[in-house]
Design a binder for this molecule. Sequence first.
Ligand SMILES: [Zn+2]
Length: 414
Amino acid sequence: MTIPHPDLTQTVLDACHTLAGFTTTPGRITRTFLAPPTHDVHAFLTGWAQRLGMTIRVDAAGNLRCRWEGNGPNAPTLYLGSHLDTVPNAGAYDGILGVVLGFALVETLGGRRLPFALEVLGFSEEEGVRYGASFFGSLALLGTAGPMLELRDAGGQALRDALTEFGLDAEALPSAEIAGNALGYLEIHIEQGPVLEAAGQSIGVVEAIAGQNRLDLTFTGRASHAGTTPMLLRRDALAAAARFVVAAEELARSTPGLVATVGMMDVKPGAGNVIPGEVRCSLDIRHARDEVRLAALPGLLASAEQFATERGVTLAVTPKMEVQATPMHPQFRALLHQAAADAGLAHPELVSGAGHDAMVMAARMPAAMLFVRSPGGLSHHPDEAVLNEDVADALAVGERFLHLLAAEGGMHGL
Ligand SMILES: [Zn+2]
């Protein structure tokens, strides 16, 4: 198959590579929320927006927002974008690719106007690295980022002061909220997982962003001598915790779509010749549908309790976080499927196990995501990559999506 828009695809890839150079750590890509190189990112993308004739602003939350107006003053707005911040030692595509493709999609219009405006969003903060809380950029568009202003980073700087230092006005934060008629939000993002690669496909339509629970479990037994304490007189906290880890794996393997992970375990006192007296471990459990996740969790915790009781160990469970699943909008998903089919591409549905700005935007408007294959399933890593032809496919699907949406007259029925 020939690559549509080969030059524009190359422009997208070149832009990702250029933006990767705007970093606080030479030789690596690190650009956390409002890091000084963000100014360079804005300048580069603003230059592109100017050449396209878009109107440009950086809102009070530090989001870059470039508009291509639609036909008529009351045209609704379709938002396109992703985030411009990165994790430390990041790859060149997580977030950035979706923003850059937004500008490329405006470029495919060749100056034409649509029945809706396009606003390309480069969110200032999604990764949650600097302030330990995510989505400041997209929450500002919903008018709900205010409580985050008092958060402090590792250096003690309040978020509101970081905005001032960047040249923004924290008091103007409410002005970042979306005004007017929102048609919806489309985010193109690398998959950050191995599913599309395993299926041999370039793009996928996100069905839902998984809901998740995170919990801490503490198994408390009794530390005692490994040589002198007979097996039946032990209260081994780690043996109970180990059974729990395996039970979590077995449950997830036997429940389609469920993922469960014990990623952290702290064993005390932690000596080879001492029976473990206390084990603290984490549980992270996710599924695209809340009812599946919420049905699985109580049974798993009951098993943990049983494994503890069998060994004279007590169990304490502390919930740390609960996020509901976010289904993507059915009509937007259907349009993405149609667009991919029109482009001659396979278009599997998949679940996003990671959180994205689309999760936030979905609270205000129809939201959808298109995933692009991640070679090796790799992300949040300097070797993160994309294939040129996959980027071309994403561009083709996005372009077709805009045409289908325009043909529906801006989806008045939404
Ligand atoms: Zn991302």
